[in-house]
Design a protein around this ligand. Sequence first.
Ligand code: ASP
Length: 355
Amino acid sequence: MITAKFGGTSITARNLYHLKEIITPFHNCVVVSAVGKEHFADTKTTDLLREYFVTQSEGVWQQIGDKYRLLVEVNGIKTDVEELLRDAKSRALAFDMPYCASLGEELSAKIVAKYLNAKYVEAEQVVRFKKGKLQMRQTYANARKAFHGVNLGVIGGFYGGKDGGRETFSRGGSDVTGAILAAALNSSLYENWTDVNGVCVANPSRVHGVDTIESMSYDEMLLLSKSGAEVLHPDAVAPVEKKGIPIKIGNFLNPFGNSTLISHCPSQSKLLSIAEKRLGDKVVTTVLHTYAQWQIAAVVSEFLRSHSHTVNFFDRSAEVSQLCVYDVEFQPSIARLTTDVSILNSLYAVLSSKF
Ligand code: ASP
């Protein structure tokens, strides 16, 4: 059986119908995020809930409510959304910030369960925390019990229960819930549905025309996640890796298009990926590759020489005439550069043309 996790962009009024294209009789567990951004300038439900907890603004609660009203209305879901919102609001300020932030996933799961004619599974009773730490064994046992004999169950990602309240994983943590559920239920596959074509050679929202990496190992994925690739939460790797369950990262907008399969098999590509992470006012760019160290070192050195005066316009730093390089580090299969501005586009252009 398959566990599938759907990110916030898929749980929006105009995208929800894709779930019905993707879910098959082989799926038995669906993990959902809170409603995400409807458009570029929109705010995620989780951010609105956090704001509501601080400001208690009726206007902010209205925005949250409207996202779920639209989700239900556009997709013709037969559920009393006003009652769901009233119930959520009655608990939103009664506990702490994590509790309030969890309500987006709870609402999504209740609504999606109705939409898919599936069983709603309450994450608070399955995923358990104690003193901020996930209780793995208890969580696995709860998950097996909750999904036993269930054709299709829908559970909210990102949160779980603790004595007297709820706890959340860090941001993007629905990926972690998905991995835990896949491992607990011994799924044959963990599908992670996002809005990009799997894991790409560089962040596709920053670099145009990048290819999807067809397959890579858990270790390679973990390194990329830790280096700033936002496509999968780094804590989502270990639970499935331990059981050898492959992860498929696919695009819900193009379910049969390019996707990435993560398993014990390392990638076949020479230039695997370039990821970027901001650390304060510094930018760390990590290149994962299988070239000889001298080859990559030669290209990087040439890049640095030619880019110390001009920086690619796409890095949104055209006004910077001098690239400041703080550190360059070469380890087997990894090159890491620490600079003052993003070099993602320009470094990608050089590496992909050279190799
Ligand atoms: N809704 C949470 C967030 O925005 C968790 C998730 O989407 O995975 O971070």
